[in-house]
Ligand binder design. Structure first.
Ligand SMILES: Nc1ncnc2c1ncn2[C@@H]1O[C@H](COP(=O)(O)OP(=O)(O)OP(=O)(O)O)[C@@H](O)[C@H]1O
Ligand SMILES: [Mg+2]
Length: 472
């Protein structure tokens, strides 16, 4: 079944809305309970005051000896109010009745009886249409001995007051709901806007367009996410660029030897190359194939190293012998290019290091090859081995063109070549990248010093012969 897509905006908006409504309903409920109690209490209290008022009117009438005044005053003051007043004599007979209600109010005889006994009785009669607050209380005899013995007050405007407040409450609620909903809608939109923007930008990244960036407007988690997002885009963009460069570099470096080989084979086949020259061309083709093999091997190597598939197996081995063998291997090339190699120190003395011998072959081979490749005619390459307490330092120094300071930091990047046009013949620019990876795997150190026009010196620092390893 297809899941319905609910946007984060909707989720946020409805969560806010439901929480606000729940809070509002809870507030209304508690408010209603408290208000109701309070209102009932104030109705009950007001009946006492009203009873006192009636007694005062009676007193006044007695003072003036004008009983008519009781009726006229009470009917005037009662007309405005939602209440009824009943006055009884000592036998419980109704003397006066003042009421704004059409229908009669039933007052229990027991209440009158209790009031005649001297008790004040209050009652709340729950009636769906018209709930009543009734109070029957005795009229205390003072200087006048009233005929009127009991006054009953009935208040019947409870619903009127409740409804009035209810109306106000509903109006306030409606205004609150409209304002809150608008506010929450705007807030949710504002909070989710960067997410929508990120989504939009991510879609463009997916299509390979890395030009758009997320605009960071806040420093909160979403702002941080935006920053991370932009950082990711930069990384992706440079990765994409690297991938394109990689393909371009590899294709270019493969094309030149392949084109040469293809040309030579064609020339050999159609007889353009005379028989006595054929061997020379076959050697040239061999050189080109070797270049291709080196390139492919280097590519495979770097791919495996970068994928973390290469581990090193360090052992204690003879470094002096390793350097001796490497120099011997390069002898033909050195003679061909008229380059001299000088070794400062005693090559016959055995100096042991703790490293992966095959991988270090690759490191020193690459460094020596670079020194030779970049050396001028009759140049001198110097190798120095320095033994320290815990380390051995190997210096490989040449009299080549040197590397500019601003370019030095890039030489470890794959495919980096200082002068792409001039050194095209020499290599692909992977050598030093492999060297750096191998040194890092050893947790060893490599650094370089170079001066333009003077030469370059690479220094490799390896741990010395390890007793620990031998004990194992
Ligand atoms: N001894 C050096 N003297 C001057 N420049 C150097 C020296 N060693 C390296 N470089 C510069 O650093 C770049 C990278 O060297 P790296 O060994 O990685 O590649 P490469 O020698 O060009 O090709 P590869 O080693 O893959 O066959 C070189 O192209 C060169 O510009
Ligand atoms: Mg190289």
């Amino acid at each position: 079944m297809k899941k319905r897509k609910v946007s984060i905006f909707m989720k946020l908006f409805f969560t806010y809305l439901i929480s606000s409504f729940a809070a509002f309903i809870l507030f209304s409920f508690i408010f209603y309970l408290l208000f109701n109690n309070n209102l009932k209490q104030s109705f009950l209290n007001s009946m006492e005051t009203q009873q006192e008022q009636v007694v005062q009117i009676l007193e006044l009438a007695y003072q003036e000896e004008n009983k008519e005044a009781i009726i006229s005053t009470l009917s005037i003051i009662n007309d405005q109010e939602h209440r009824s007043i009943f006055i009884y004599d000592k036998n419980g007979q109704l003397l006066y009745r003042f009421s704004t209600l059409q229908e009669p109010i039933h007052i229990e005889e027991e209440m009158i009886y209790k009031a005649l006994q001297g008790a004040s009785v209050k009652e709340f009669i729950k009636d769906k249409a018209n709930p009543l607050f009734i109070m029957a209380s005795p009229i205390e005899a003072n200087e006048f001995d009233f005929d009127e013995k009991v006054v009953v007050i009935a208040l019947h405007n409870y619903f009127g007051v409740v409804n009035g407040i209810k109306g106000l409450f509903l109006l306030a609620g409606a205004i609150t709901i409209v304002v809150t909903t608008t506010f929450l809608y705007t807030l949710s939109k504002k909070i989710t806007a960067p997410l929508r923007e990120m989504n939009h930008v991510a879609m463009e990244y997916a299509k390979g367009d890395f030009t758009n960036k997320v605009k960071i407007k806040s420093n909160d988690e979403i702002g941080q996410l935006g920053k991370t997002f932009n950082y990711m885009a930069n990384e992706l963009s440079s990765l994409d660029l690297m991938r394109k460069e990689f393909v371009a570099n590899v294709s270019h470096d493969m094309r030149s030897p392949l084109t040469s080989i293809n040309g030579f084979v064609g020339a050999l086949l159609d007889g353009t190359i005379p028989k006595n020259q054929q061997k020379r061309y076959l050697y040239l083709m061999k050189d080109e194939t070797e270049r291709l093999i080196k390139l492919v091997n280097d590519l495979l190597d770097i791919a495996r190293i970068e994928a973390g598939q290469v581990s090193i197996q360090p052992i204690n081995y003879n470094l002096s012998e390793q350097i001796r063998k490497l120099i011997a291997k390069m002898e033909p090339e050195l003679i061909k290019q008229n380059i001299d190699i000088e070794f400062q120190g005693n090559l016959d003395e055995d100096i042991e290091v703790f490293a992966d011998q095959n991988r270090m072959d690759q490191v020193f081979g690459n460094l020596l090859q670079n020194a030779v490749n970049f050396s001028p005619e009759k140049g001198l390459v110097t190798i120095i081995i320095n033994e320290l307490d815990h380390n051995v330092m190997v210096f490989i120094k040449d009299q080549g063109p040197g590397i500019k300071k601003e370019e030095l930091k890039y030489i470890w990047d794959r495919f980096f070549k200082v002068d792409k046009a001039r050194s095209k013949k020499v290599g692909t620019g992977i050598g030093l990248s492999i060297v750096k990876h191998i040194i890092d795997l050893h947790q060893a150190k490599i650094d370089v010093k170079s001066e333009v026009g003077v030469g370059t010196t690479f220094r490799v620092t390896l741990p010395r012969f390890s007793l620990k390893k031998n004990e194992i």
